[in-house]
Design a protein around this ligand. Structure first.
Ligand code: GZL
Length: 324
């Protein structure tokens, strides 16, 4: 068997055996093995994030046992239990929602397996249940969206703007914090009224459904701004606006989050007004934390990547502005 396939195949077999409760334990002294529970494959952001984790594990020479939970928290919990049973060196996971993790993370602590949260945070009274968090400052992302809107309203000399929010997965960190940051910036400004906030679950198909419902409820003249928590939903929204003859970016301002290629192209075409960046490239930082843990070095409890925003005030011909 070619060497390069040996470890992945062993890990796959071990994971499958673990999942049915008959797994061997990882031998100490073997290569570092990371158990990674990814929450799903709901967006281009998520796919890019998964690829980043996989590539970084390979670059570090770590074995990676990866499970895709397809948006189901119970599948993430089951995967974490399998990682514990196999005695991986480190568990990495992106919690789909913030609550409901304490029990399984207590089992990981009991087993002596450190846990790194990537991308999303958990709500817990005991932050010793995880060793580190690496992911965006979603509150700052929400604030950037609000700050853009104020700048745009000033430039347009707008007297009043009605806003609809198409939010992400309810109770997820990005949904909660992108909403909180945005509201903290605009809520005291009398020019703005948020008339509706509906979850599109970060899915393109639901983004279409939500904006279709809002247009039916309020009409195309009923609101002036759409604040969408991710580009996948925004692309679905654009499809609906196009079908209804509504000119996005002018008839209706569109503020989005992530920075995937298709959305950046729409920004350059003037169809999206602002994209708040949210980098999916967290793999290198995660595996650097894993290496530090294995070396017995201290790791920061919370790490945020540097992010900014692309807007229609920028030089959109900038080649550095390309998206993922
Ligand atoms: C943000 C991430 C979000 C993205 C969405 O870090 O959790 O989930 O913004 C993805 O595209 O679905």
């Amino acid at each position: 068997m070619k060497d390069k396939w040996r470890l992945p195949l062993i890990l796959l077999l071990a994971f499958l055996l673990t999942a049915c409760g008959a797994a061997p334990e990882k031998e100490s002294g073997d290569a570092v093995v990371v158990g990674f529970s990814q929450l799903g494959a709901e967006s281009s952001w998520r796919m890019a994030n998964t690829a980043s984790i996989e590539q970084a594990a390979a670059q570090y020479g770590f074995g990676l046992m990866m499970d895709n939970a397809n948006q189901k928290q119970e599948k993430q919990i089951a995967a974490i239990r399998s990682f514990i049973a196999y005695r991986v060196d480190v568990i990495v996971f992106s919690p789909i929602v913030e609550t409901g993790w304490d029990n399984v993370l207590r089992e990981a602590r009991q087993a002596g397996v450190p846990v790194i949260l990537v991308d999303r945070m958990i709500e817990t009274a005991d932050d010793s249940l995880y060793t580190a968090y690496i992911g965006a400052d979603f509150y700052a992302e929400g604030r950037r969206a609000g700050e853009y809107l104020i700048r745009k309203a000033d430039a347009l000399q707008a007297e009043h703007l009605n806003i609809v929010e198409v939010s992400g997965t309810i109770d997820s960190t990005p949904m909660r914090e992108r909403q909180r940051g945005f509201m903290d910036v605009i809520q005291d400004d009398p020019r703005f009224t948020v008339i509706a906030s509906v979850s599109g679950d970060f899915l393109r198909s639901k983004g279409e459904e939500v904006i279709t419902g809002l247009l039916e409820q309020y009409g195309a003249e009923g609101f002036d701004v759409i604040y969408s928590h991710n580009d996948s939903m925004t692309l679905g929204i654009l499809d609906v606006l196009d079908r209804q003859g509504i000119q996005p970016g002018t008839d209706m301002l569109l503020i989005s989050v992530d920075g995937e290629k298709e959305a950046v192209s729409a920004l350059k075409q003037g169809r999206i007004n602002c994209i708040v960046q949210c980098t999916p490239y967290l793999g290198g930082s995660v595996m650097s934390l894993v290496q530090a843990l294995k070396d017995g070095r201290p790791v920061p409890k919370v790490s945020h990547p540097v992010e900014s925003a692309y807007t229609d005030f920028d030089d959109l011909s900038d080649p550095a502005m390309e998206g993922f």
